[in-house]
Design a protein around this ligand. Sequence first.
Ligand SMILES: [Fe+2]
Length: 175
Amino acid sequence: MDNNVKELDLDKTKVSRKTYGKLGYSTEQTSEIVEKMNGLLASFNVHYQKLRNFHWNVKGADFFDIHEKLEEQYNYAVEAIDVLAERIRVFGKTPLSTMREYLKASNIKESPSNLESDQMVSELLSDYRMLLEEMFDVLDVAIETGDSGTEDMVKGFIKQIEKNHWMFTAFSEKK
Ligand SMILES: [Fe+2]
């Protein structure tokens, strides 16, 4: 009887050592989350540079509105990008880190610098929709995996990007 109990305990230890990797998630589970997060990281970085581009190059009657609002947004983006990349490091994986990798993996495309202000706003609205789509993809996998840390992080991003989308939608309706 005692021997049986001992054998069961040993089996349990063996299974748990075999199944779980870092932080209680299997390598397979984290690799799907990391793949989605890296895609989002790439898009977020291209979007970030677009915010800088438009902040510098906007012209016309909307200059002060857009120039200032985009500074707020790229300051937020730079923080969010850092949190996202470091979440990938938490899983022991490597975040995409070069411009070449970002341009290749991003679902968001770069924009030229000579757009009219209303074209800039519509570019940004389309970026927000793409970022939200990718964020909800990360959220789905995080919930599926029971990864509360990533779930919490990405919900924060979603709230902010939804707010940006609302503000720029309202702004674009002013004319
Ligand atoms: Fe500036």
